[in-house]
Design a protein around this ligand. Structure first.
Ligand SMILES: [Zn+2]
Length: 458
């Protein structure tokens, strides 16, 4: 296999040195040029095959698809040494959390399907993962890079309201690094207590009128990083390596479907806050496609709440701009019809120019949400979809569209999780709530659905 890998900015095409110790953000991200500077991971997959699931630990099975692995190997680290480091972190996690990284269940519940009136719904259940959610995966990806890039620094910093901070605290402790967490004052008391127990320095951040628009925790976190702390973030825009670990979720699913000889569902429905989970899914599927493990990308649907939906707003505006460029009017078409229109016209010269140029007109499409509404799905109320442009691309290329979950739908999706016997919180079942909101006749029903239950109910 090739050990080549690098990170490259999707907004301005700047490529980082493959040996960069801090390959987290585009060096031009503060240029103020309205370009969406978000790095993507590029792997040379020439001669590679999709890994066999020959170990219970996804970070061992899929290691050769990590930039961190290739980075370490290029520095002279042996394969066995990398694996030993993964196992060492895993043991430390098991000691503190009682859980370590293992393939999480992929299940189908006939009871849920019958109660929801939707057939062929596959659930990737992350409620039993380290820290009780998928977040620790993202952080393990970063931790593995730091394990072999000592020159990067030591102190870790994160902005989060709950699950991500908990995942970060566990992985930080397992790797012996100090962590600072910037959290909203109303963060879950149980989570805060656990963070203190794990030795995390917790900083509560008020939303005050003096601060610029956007999440105050994000502002404080970014200032901390500018001061030298390492971004231990689950947002791809703050640390692109958070996607490494996130992608293991897709690869696990691909392996599990392969093993059971079941076809992968054609539709994937993912809840979106900052967008890193969705972006990990898109990029993970692209890698699986390059390796021939899947035949095509699934149709993506991204779910936000009716209360706060910056990605949906961006998609709507981009869609309007595309129609205008093509000299057409959107008229009264449904979202399904808009998505079909994109599939048909995305490569038309004028439309393509709008679509491809969107990343360089960031503020036209993506702005911080002006209010801070309440919702049952507290974990996806990010002011901005930081990784949003990857998601917009995926919608346009695969024929999906954004879905909005109502509060009733979120509540119903939790009841359905109970029917399936999975104690997931409302954020965790928001993807299913989005699927419940899909009331248009799509003709996709027979092709199956994959949803994620991302975290446990506390
Ligand atoms: Zn850039």
């Amino acid at each position: 296999m090739s050990l080549a890998s690098r990170l490259i900015c999707a907004g301005c095409d700047t490529a980082l040195s493959p040996q960069e110790a801090r390959p987290f953000c585009c060096p031009r991200k503060d240029a103020g040029d309205d370009v969406d500077h978000v790095l993507g991971i590029e792997l040379d997959l020439e001669g590679d095959a999709f890994p066999e699931a020959d170990d219970p630990d996804p970070f061992v099975v899929f290691r050769k698809l990590f930039h961190s692995y290739r980075f370490a190997r290029r520095k002279g680290v042996e394969d066995a040494e990398f694996v030993a480091r993964v196992r060492e972190i895993d043991r430390a996690l098991a000691e503190t959390d009682g859980r370590s990284f293992r393939f999480t269940p992929l299940v189908r519940s006939r009871e849920l399907e019958s109660a929801a009136g939707i057939a062929n719904v596959w659930i990737k259940d992350e409620t039993g993962n380290v820290g009780g959610s998928h977040k620790a995966r993202h952080l393990m990806g970063i931790a593995l890079h730091l394990a072999f890039a000592q020159e990067a620094g030591r102190e870790l910093s994160i902005s989060s309201c709950g699950n991500a901070a908990l995942g970060a605290a566990l992985v930080a402790k397992a790797t012996g690094r100090p962590l600072k967490a910037f959290v909203p004052p109303a963060a879950d008391a149980l989570v805060l207590a656990r963070l203190e127990e794990l030795g995390t320095r917790v900083v509560a951040c008020e939303r005050t009128p003096e601060l610029p628009p956007g999440d105050p925790c994000t502002h404080r976190f970014r200032a901390d990083v500018a001061g030298g702390a390492l971004p231990f973030s689950v947002q791809g825009s703050d640390n692109a390596l958070s996607l490494e670990g996130g992608r293991t979720l897709v690869w696990e699913m691909v392996s599990q479907f392969k093993e059971s000889s079941m076809p992968l569902p054609d539709n994937v429905v993912i809840q979106v806050g900052g967008g890193a989970l969705g972006s990990s899914f898109v990029q993970g599927f692209e890698t699986a496609l390059q390796l021939g493990a899947v035949e095509r990308l699934p149709r993506f649907f991204f779910v936000q709440t009716e209360k706060l939906h910056p990605l949906e707003r961006a998609w709507r505006r981009l869609t309007e701009d595309a129609y205008a460029a093509a000299g057409e009017s959107p008229g009264k078409r449904s979202n399904a019809e808009h998505a079909a229109w994109w599939l048909e016209h995305r490569e038309d010269e004028e439309v393509r120019r709008v679509w491809r140029g969107a990343r360089r007109r960031r503020s036209r499409y993506m702005q911080p949400w002006k209010t801070a509404p309440k919702s049952l799905a507290t974990g996806i109320l990010d002011d901005e979809t930081y990784d949003g442009f990857v998601l917009l691309d995926a919608l346009i290329r695969t024929g999906g569209w954004p879905l909005l979950a109502s509060e009733e739908g979120l509540s119903r999706s939790q009841e359905l999780a109970d029917v399936a016997g999975i104690p997931a919180c409302a954020t965790a079942t928001a993807g299913l709530a989005g699927l419940l909101a899909l009331d248009e006749a799509t003709g996709f029903e027979d092709q199956g659905w994959a949803v994620l239950f991302t975290g446990e109910r506390r």
